[in-house]
Design a protein around this ligand. Structure first.
Ligand SMILES: Nc1ncnc2c1ncn2[C@@H]1O[C@H](COP(=O)(O)OP(=O)(O)OP(=O)(O)O)[C@@H](O)[C@H]1O
Ligand SMILES: [Mg+2]
Length: 262
């Protein structure tokens, strides 16, 4: 039984994602072996919002890439739930934004809809609405080089949401935005998650963000990364940072992280 099964015995939703003893080894240019992940066990049910915290270089991006099918596991089993397919209903917001430089913001956001054969007018309307949702109203026709780093990241988030994914992989998506925008985007993402019952895996370096968003917080060990501890977050939403429960969780998670950093 995985750690998550032990902590979620009552979750009867279908499984979105299962990893058993997953490992990943890279070979550097000099030929040295870098063990990025070792013995990662994780069970995620549909509709969960799982946030991942861990020191830099512990393998968080590697894990999302494996789940997205961008790289192969070197050991263990990685299984997606029924009906989940990359290129269809899994979206990925990368740590470093990835927009097509030759497309405008609205055309970047509508790209996935174009690939799915949605008529031009409809995809435009949906893309414009999403750009509004992420705070980019008025920048629909801007090219990526005309946007700031944080604005590009918001466009990348709108692009991911456009296909109404069943599984959303997000790698530090709010890393490049200011605090008040971050709070707005956190609320927007929570709303999207609640409306669409998307399963979300969200990497962050920010403990506060992990608690505000997650139904479960996973803390990774240092490389080779594995799940060192996890915290179920039962606080009502929207989450109030000023409560004693929030502060207690914050301290517990910070302690779990600092143990990893010792
Ligand atoms: N393509 C690759 N080739 C060789 N080594 C790699 C490759 N990708 C990642 N690594 C190594 O694997 C380890 C984990 O990297 P990863 O990018 O997954 O970390 P991370 O937890 O996302 O870090 P950060 O918080 O800084 O984004 C690092 O030591 C990194 O150097
Ligand atoms: Mg990373």
């Amino acid at each position: 039984m995985t750690t998550s099964e032990k902590n979620n015995p009552q979750n009867e939703e279908p499984i979105a994602l299962e990893l058993r003893q997953v490992g990943k080894v890279f070979r550097s240019d000099t030929g040295a072996r870098v063990k990025a992940l070792e013995d990662v066990n994780l069970l995620v049910h549909q509709g969960e919002f799982v946030t991942l915290l861990g020191a830099t270089g512990c393998g968080k991006t590697t894990l999302l890439n494996l789940i997205a099918g961008l790289d192969n596991v070197d050991g263990g089993i990685l299984r997606l739930g029924d009906g989940l397919r990359f290129g269809d209903n899994i979206a990925h917001v990368f740590q470093h934004y990835t927009l097509f430089p030759w497309r405008t913001a609205v055309s970047n956001v509508s790209f996935g809809l174009q690939m799915r054969g949605i008529p031009r007018v409809e995809r435009h309307v949906r893309a414009e609405a999403l750009l509004g949702k992420v705070g980019l109203k008025g920048f629909e026709n801007a090219y990526p080089h005309e946007l700031s780093g944080g604005m590009r990241q918001r466009a990348a988030i709108a692009q991911a949401l456009a296909i109404e994914p069943k599984l959303l992989l997000m790698d530090e998506p709010f890393g490049a935005v200011d605090d008040s925008t971050r709070t707005e985007l956190q609320q927007m993402l929570t709303d999207v998650w609640q409306e669409n019952q998307t399963t979300v895996l969200f990497v962050t370096h920010n403990i506060d963000e992990a608690i505000v968003l997650g139904s479960r917080v996973l803390v990774f060990s240092e490389r080779p990364g594995r799940i060192a501890s996890e915290f179920k977050i039962d606080l009502p939403r929207p989450r109030d940072r000023m409560t004693q429960e929030f502060t207690q969780l914050f301290i517990q998670i910070r302690t779990a992280l600092s143990v990893q950093l010792d």
